[in-house]
Design a protein around this ligand. Structure first.
Ligand code: ATP
Length: 242
């Protein structure tokens, strides 16, 4: 392992067409870290995540994973490089079964749904989220919001990522389920998966993230541990809390 390990974002500027949304963002997610990106609605979190995975237009800066440049790669190549995304709104196919939604996550490395490696990956996800095994044949769209979020996370884990990127996983969930989702993510992180999560729900993210960045107006305005961010008072200034 070297100093290049993990995700490094340097001077990233990105947007859509002629519109610049994210400006000069620099951040680091070391291998094994659990990092939050916090900020109010419109701060640029989603655009930042999309820029990382080849889904928004990057006009300056660089994005490396374990030293390898990802900038300019199309989304499917970023996925194959080991980055799995749980998008805002989860991105499930509601009319497919839970099992088939999970299998979609293997597209980066697998061509055959009947292979032993796929069976193993599915068994691992069922160990982690037993309810997904119980509901394997049910349509994903028929599950509760919390269960659907589990499917989305499970599908991302099926890709066997080195970096798991999540956009607003708490969205639409009751507080108890938000805690459950973050406990699940913390467990995945203890199992060795590096996590980068964008959240408007700063309290939920700060409870588990080892370090967080706060975005405002498309820029990173501060960073630190939960304690450091509380102490600086920036939570109330930029996150609309307190
Ligand atoms: P989240 O949706 O997770 O809360 P966010 O609100 O922090 O994320 P973004 O969704 O990145 O931030 O939006 C930041 C700004 O970018 C907003 O002003 C939004 O209007 C603008 N924006 C978002 N998507 C597009 C797009 N496709 N084209 C042009 N502008 C966009």
């Amino acid at each position: 392992s070297g100093s290049d390990d993990g995700l490094r974002v340097t001077g990233l500027t990105a947007g859509y067409g002629p519109v610049t949304v994210v400006r000069d963002v620099t951040l680091e997610v070391g291998r094994g870290d659990f990092v939050g990106v916090l900020g109010a609605n419109g701060a640029g979190k989603t655009t930042l995540l999309r820029a990382l995975v080849g889904d928004a237009r990057v006009t300056a800066g660089s994005v490396t994973l374990d030293g390898r440049e990802l900038r300019g790669l199309p989304a499917h190549r970023v996925a194959r490089a080991g980055v799995a995304v749980v998008p805002e709104g989860r991105g499930l196919v509601p009319e497919l079964s839970v099992r088939d939604n999970l299998l979609l996550g293997t597209a980066t490395w697998n061509r055959r749904y009947s292979s032993p490696a796929v069976t193993r990956a599915l068994a691992e996800v069922h160990d982690r989220f037993p309810v997904l095994g119980e509901r394997a044949g049910q349509l994903a769209g028929s599950l509760s919001g919390g269960e659907q979020q589990m499917v989305a996370i499970g599908r991302a884990l099926m890709a066997r990522p080195t970096l798991l990127v999540l956009d607003e996983p708490s969205l639409g969930l009751a507080p108890r389920l938000v805690r459950q989702v973050f406990a699940d993510l913390a467990q995945a992180n203890r199992d060795g998966i590096t996590v980068l999560v964008a959240e408007q729900n700063a309290a939920a993210a700060l409870r588990v993230a080892t370090r967080s960045y706060v975005m405002h107006g498309g820029r990173v305005v501060t960073e630190g541990t939960a304690e450091q961010l509380e102490a600086s008072g920036l939570r109330s200034a930029f996150l609309g809390e307190g």
